[in-house]
Design a protein around this ligand. Structure first.
Ligand SMILES: [Zn+2]
Length: 87
């Protein structure tokens, strides 16, 4: 998998909305929300770190997107997120 772009501020297209795509649940104190840029349609994962009330955005490529949209239920899905995001 290519290295995702990681950023603290939303920095896709200037002035774009973040469209909600899916709630991917939470694990290890991190809340995962899949978003899409309202202008170019690129997908981003919002990682929100509950303990520090801070978050980052991580770009999502096509392969990762397929996995994220087909995330298994429960523990299996959480394990996959932990692997993908190195938690
Ligand atoms: Zn964009």
């Amino acid at each position: 998998m290519s290295d995702p772009v990681k950023t603290r501020e939303w920095c896709c297209c200037a002035g774009s909305d973040q469209a909600f795509v899916a709630d991917c649940g939470h694990t290890q104190g991190v809340e995962f929300t899949l978003l899409r840029c309202g202008i170019c349609g690129r997908h981003w994962m919002s990682l929100w770190f509950v303990a520090t009330s801070s978050g980052i955005y991580s770009s999502v490529d096509d392969k990762a997107l397929t996995q994220l949209l087909n995330l298994p239920e429960g523990r299996k899905g959480r394990r996959l997120l932990e692997t993908m995001y190195d938690l």
